[in-house]
Write a protein that binds this ligand. Structure first.
Ligand code: ADP
Ligand code: MG
Length: 292
């Protein structure tokens, strides 16, 4: 690529909210054959809202919401804000917590009013030696609607579950279709549950789904696809995603996400939606075509 054509392309990209780090990122992106995307905050808005509260026998909704929100006030996860705001809207009592602990990819634990409280996914429940029991079917049904269900354990007893929904971004379906037309395989990688991931992926025609993955798993997924001969781009917005962004042939950060993701990326989408990836790809292809 000539320096001039690269300059023109990066300038055009910048005007459209697509920041391309250098000539190498542009050249590599023209050759990409597989795109891995994170679900939350990339395909979806990343602003979930509380939709459902299910109460196990012997517990109450007010208690579940008050204790869950007390813990989540200490967390920075997007799920936490949904629970805190939802509990306040439903008039739950505002309580404080102590010895708060966040368990990456699983949930949160702590003490509220002298009671041990844990909130998180099935893996978290398993770690506590608890069983979803009669709430399992309900959790699965909510997940099939694309919602994220989190179990609430109070003093070693399953007290209920809360569920949140996160809307698919308006621009996502069209962007996925366009990327398919450009010949890319689209792969979803998420820390969320299998049924939730499948529900969202199914609506969008995603080619491959990896659910319940840790940040290290995302890294391993990038490496595996490279070994299979794909040239891999990875788009993500979280601190969690930074290692996989660095591992990919091209890392794509959402400008709306964490700074460390932006630092590890070859391409940054200022507005943080997939439409920018379509524009970047067209720009990259056009630039490389002019050179040959
Ligand atoms: P992602 O970034 O893909 O949403 P994470 O790895 O951050 O995934 O989280 C995976 C799962 O762990 C979430 O879907 C949720 O069930 C649980 N989890 C993580 N953090 C929290 C939290 N603060 N409160 C409740 N559940 C959580
Ligand atoms: Mg995330």
């Amino acid at each position: 690529a000539t320096p001039m054509s690269i300059m023109v392309a990066t300038g055009r990209g910048a005007n459209a909210g697509v920041l391309i780090r250098d000539a190498e990122a542009l050249e590599r992106f023209a050759k990409v054959t597989a795109l891995i995307v994170d679900k939350t905050g990339t395909l979806t808005e990343g602003k979930p809202t509380l939709t459902d509260v299910e109460v196990a026998e012997g517990a109450s909704e007010g208690e579940i919401l008050a204790l869950a929100a007390a813990l989540e006030r200490g967390s920075e996860h997007p799920l936490a804000e949904a629970i805190v705001t939802g509990a306040e809207e439903r008039g739950a009592e505002r309580l404080g917590s102590s010895d708060f602990e966040a368990i990456t990819g699983k949930g949160v634990t702590g003490t509220v009013e002298g009671r041990r409280v844990a909130l998180g996914n099935a893996a978290m429940l398993a770690d506590l030696g608890a069983e979803p029991g009669p709430l399992d079917d309900r959790a699965k049904a909510l997940q099939r609607e694309g919602k994220t269900a989190m179990f609430v354990v109070i003093d070693d007893r399953l007290a209920g579950l809360v569920a949140v929904a996160d809307r698919i971004k308006e621009t996502t379906p069209e962007a996925i279709a366009a990327l398919h037309d450009l010949g890319l395989r689209i792969i979803m990688a998420t820390g969320d549950a299998e049924a939730t991931a499948q529900a969202v992926a199914g609506k969008l025609g995603i080619d491959e789904v990896h659910a319940e993955v840790s940040p290290e798993d995302k890294n391993a997924l990038v490496r595996r696809l490279k070994e299979e001969g794909f040239s891999v781009a990875m788009a993500g917005d979280g601190v969690n995603d930074a290692p996989a962004l660095a591992e990919a042939d091209v890392g794509i950060a959402m400008g709306t996400g964490a700074d460390v993701a932006v630092e590890s990326a070859g391409i940054t989408l200022v507005k943080g939606d997939l439409g920018g990836i379509v524009r970047a790809r067209r720009l990259a292809e056009a630039t490389m075509r002019n050179i040959r």
